[in-house]
Design a protein around this ligand. Structure first.
Ligand code: E4P
Length: 218
């Protein structure tokens, strides 16, 4: 299972990278705006900065809504760095663009996926990743994990190679449950990844080991 961090914040990306378990980064226009990254040149430079911090795939989202604009923007993004994955919205235009980039062997991530049918279309278009947003489904009293399960079943039925990138992960149990279901990737905040470290018995056990060592080695 791959771990991606879902942020455009360079300090957090560095911190996650230093843990040694990071496989990539996802961004979106809201996350870029949150970091105050505006204007085409700054945005493109920021993607390159992220690529230079990590080894894996870095999803960079197009802002165009129509096909020609998506192709132009996506090609520009893909030319920036070999680690860039072109992130496209789950719309008719986005699916067409995913097919275009997949034919050119440029990696894609189809985002804003909220149903199994949408995920099926993304796979048919040859997307590298599909991003079902589990947290946003949970927010409206719909089981996000159930969607991951449905997509897993459909992709396994047909041997689709599109990777299930569980997105909108909000907490540590989302990660554990996605791993149980067999999501290929999760993307979430650093806090959700670091939450995997925690267990009170680890802390108690370690405190005891330290105390016993100190007693015998005074
Ligand atoms: C996915 O790639 C998105 O960037 C992200 O996971 C959305 O998460 P949110 O619902 O917490 O905004």
């Amino acid at each position: 299972m791959k771990f991606f961090i879902d942020t455009a914040n360079l300090a957090q990306i560095k911190e996650a990278q230093s843990l040694g378990v990071l496989d990539g980064v996802t961004t979106n226009p809201s996350l870029m705006a949150k970091e105050g990254i505006t204007g085409k040149n700054n945005i493109l430079k920021h993607y390159v900065d992220i690529c230079n911090l990590v080894e894996g795939d870095v999803s960079a989202e197009v802002n165009a809504l129509e096909y020609d604009g998506m192709i132009k923007e996506g090609e520009e993004l893909a030319d920036l760095h070999p680690q860039i994955v072109v992130k496209l919205p789950m719309t008719k235009e986005g699916v067409r663009a995913a097919k275009y980039f997949s034919d050119k062997e440029i990696k894609t991530n189809v985002t804003l996926v909220f149903s199994a049918g949408q995920a099926l279309l993304a796979a048919k278009a040859g997307a590298t990743y599909v991003s079902p947003f589990i947290g946003r489904l949970d927010d409206i009293s719909t089981d996000g994990l159930n969607l991951i399960q449905e997509i897993r079943e459909i992709y396994d039925n047909y041997g689709f190679e599109t990777e299930i990138l569980a997105a909108s992960v909000r907490h540590t149990m989302h990660i554990v449950n996605c791993a149980k279901i067999g999501a290929d990737v999760i993307t979430g905040p650093l806090s959700a990844i670091e939450g995997l470290l925690k267990h009170p018995l680890t802390d108690i056990g370690l405190a005891q080991f330290v105390a016993d060592f100190e007693k015998g080695n005074k």
